[in-house]
Design a protein around this ligand. Structure first.
Ligand code: GLN
Length: 468
C-alpha cells in the first residue's frame, strides 16, 4: 500500500518520540521552531520536484559531531556547555542532502565504552527486553548506544554514529539494526570530537542496508580539512545494491573467532551460511594468527591517542572551568571534575604507554602488532572476498552487569581487529537469541569495497529476513 506523508507530518511523528526519549537515547532534542525553516524548505523542494537525496528525513546525530549552534557534549561533563560555531563535515553533508536533525544522541563519554554506561547524562536503556527477565533494563551497546536505541525505538529514521573499535557495529547488533563502519579515511573526521584519530570513523545506524547506502552516498566525500581523508573515487552505493553480484563470491569464516562462543552466537553464523549458500557463494574456513593480540593492541593505541587528544580540555581553552588558586589547580580541578572514571582511566593508560621508558615497551610494540594485524587481513583477502564473523560475543546485558573494565573490553573482541586494520565492516541483524534478544553478524570487506559489501549485506538481509 502506498502511503503519502508530508515532511512536517513525518518530522513530528519522529520528533514526538524523540522528546519522549530525552534523557535516555537523546541528550538534547532540537526545538521544533528551530527546525521549522528546514521543514518548509524541504516541503518546497518536494513541491517543485527538485528534492534532494535525503530531503525531509529526520536523523539523530551522536553527540560527538559538532553541530553549529547546537550543544555538543560528547556526553561529558567537561563539554556540557559547548556550543560549536561550526558544523562537522559529515553533518554538513547530511544537511546539504536535505535531512533534518531531530536531536543529539546520548553516547559513552568521549565514545569510550561498549555499553553506553559511561555517559555523564546517565545510561541509555535498550528498547528490547529479554523474554526470561523482562523487567531488567538492558544496555544498548556502545559507544553509539543512543543512536542505536533511537533507531530501534523509532525516534529517527536513521542516526549517525562513530566507530573507533566497534561503536557503530556493536550497538547495532545489540539493538537489532544495521550499523556500517566505512573504511578509515572515507568519511571526514573534521568536526567530530576526537577519541583516537587513527581509528575514528563516522558511519550510519539504520533500519536496513539500503538506508545505510543512502547515507553513505551523502557523507562519503573527500575533505581537504582532514589530512587522513582519502581522495579515492567514490561510487554510488545504492543504485545497484539489490543487483546480483558478479562471479562466484568467497566468504571466509575465521575459525579463531569461533572458539568458546555460545550456541546462540554460533547459530547466527551457521544460519547465515545456510541461507547464503543458495547463492553462488562459497564459504571457506580461514584462520587469523593475530586475533589474540587485537584487544591488547587496541587498548594501548586507542588510550595513547586519546590521552593526547584530550589534553586540550584544560578548563582554559576548552571545557568547563573549575576554579582553583593557581593555574595548576584550575587544570587539576577542571580535569578531575570534568572527566568520568573511564575517560580518566584511558588518559592514565595512554599517558603511561607514551611516557619515556614505557614507549618502547608498549606503544612501539603495539604499533608493530597493528601492522601484523593489517597484514593478516590482507593474507586472508588473497583467498576470499569477504569475511563473516559474529559482531558481538553476547546479547545485550543488564545495566550494571559488567562493571570491571576487562569484561567490558572483551565485548569488542570481534570489532576491534577490523578497526585496527582500517577495514570496512557492517553489522546486520541475523536473528534472536534464546532470550528473544537481537544478535548480529558482521561482514568485513577489503579497503574501499563498500559497494560490494553493501550488496552482500543486502542479500544477507533479505535471506535472513530479520525485519519480517
Ligand atoms: N568499546 C570500544 C572502546 O571503548 C570502542 C569504542 C568506540 O568505537 N568508540 O574503546
Amino acid at each position: 500500500m502506498d502511503k503519502k506523508i508530508g515532511v512536517a507530518e513525518l518530522y513530528s511523528e519522529y520528533a514526538n518520540k524523540a522528546k519522549a526519549n530525552l534523557n535516555n537515547s537523546y541528550n538534547y532534542v532540537i526545538d521544533d521552531d528551530e527546525n521549522k525553516l528546514f521543514i518548509e524548505q524541504s516541503q518546497q523542494r518536494y513541491a517543485s520536484g527538485d528534492n534532494l537525496s535525503l530531503d525531509g528525513i529526520p536523523l539523530g546525530i551522536k553527540d560527538l559531531f559538532c553541530t553549529k549552534g547546537i550543544k555538543t557534549s560528547a556526553s561529558s561533563k567537561i563539554l556540557s556547555n559547548f556550543i560549536p560555531q561550526y558544523e562537522s563535515f559529515v553533518t554538513k553533508q547530511l544537511l546539504n542532502s536535505g535531512s533534518i536533525f531531530i536531536g543529539k544522541n546520548n553516547c559513552d563519554e568521549f565514545a569510550m565504552g561498549s555499553s553506553n554506561e559511561t555517559s555523564h547524562f546517565g545510561p541509555v536503556i535498550n528498547p528490547w527486553r529479554s523474554k526470561t527477565s523482562p523487567d531488567d533494563d538492558l544496555v544498548p551497546g556502545g559507544s553509539s548506544g543512543g543512536s542505536a536505541a533511537a533507531v530501534a525505538e523509532g525516534s529517527c529514521v536513521a542516526s549517525m554514529g562513530t566507530d573507533t573499535g566497534g561503536s557503530i557495529r556493536q550497538p547495532a547488533s545489540l539493538c537489532g539494526i544495521v550499523g556500517l563502519k566505512p573504511t578509515f579515511g572515507s568519511c571526514s573526521r573534521w568536526g567530530i570530537v576526537a577519541f583516537a584519530s587513527s581509528l575514528d570513523q563516522a558511519g550510519p545506524l539504520t533500519n536496513c542496508v539500503e538506508d545505510a547506502g543512502h547515507i553513505l552516498n551523502a557523507i562519503n566525500k573527500h575533505d581537504f580539512n582532514d589530512t587522513t581523508s582519502s581522495n579515492h573515487k567514490r561510487e554510488d552505493y545504492v543504485s545497484e545494491i539489490h543487483e546480483k553480484m558478479e562471479g562466484k563470491i568467497k566468504i571466509g569464516i575465521p575459525s579463531d573467532y569461533l572458539i568458546d562462543v555460545n550456541q546462540d552466537i554460533l547459530n547466527q553464523i551457521e544460519n547465515t551460511k545456510k541461507v547464503l549458500s543458495k547463492h553462488e557463494i562459497e564459504f571457506i574456513d580461514v584462520k587469523f594468527t593475530t586475533t589474540d593480540f587485537a584487544l591488547s593492541t587496541y587498548y594501548i593505541i586507542a588510550p595513547a591517542e586519546a590521552s593526547s587528544n584530550l589534553a586540550r580540555y584544560d578548563g582554559i581553552r576548552f571545557g568547563v572551568r573549575e576554579d582553583g588558586e593557581s593555574l595548576d589547580d584550575i587544570y587539576l580541578n577542571s580535569r578531575t571534575q570534568g572527566f568520568g572514571d573511564e575517560v580518566t582511566r584511558r588518559i592514565l593508560i595512554g599517558t603511561y604507554v607514551l611516557s619515556a621508558g614505557y614507549y618502547d615497551a608498549y606503544y612501539r610494540q603495539a604499533q608493530k602488532v597493528r601492522r601484523l594485524i593489517k597484514d593478516d587481513f590482507q593474507r586472508v583477502f588473497n583467498e576470499v572476498d569477504f569475511i563473516l564473523t559474529p559482531t558481538t560475543p553476547n546479547e545485550a546485558f543488564k545495566i550494571g552487569d559488567k562493571l570491571d573494565p576487562i569484561s567490558m573490553y572483551k565485548n569488542d573482541i570481534y570489532t576491534v581487529p577490523t578497526s585496527l586494520a582500517g577495514l570496512p565492516g557492517i553489522s546486520i541483524p541475523s536473528g534472536l537469541s534464546s532470550n528473544g534478544l537481537p544478535l548480529g553478524i558482521q561482514l568485513i570487506g577489503n579497503y574501499f569495497k563498500e559497494k560490494q559489501l553493501l550488496q552482500l549485506a543486502a542479500l544477507a538481509e533479505k535471506e535472513l529476513a530479520f525485519n519480517e
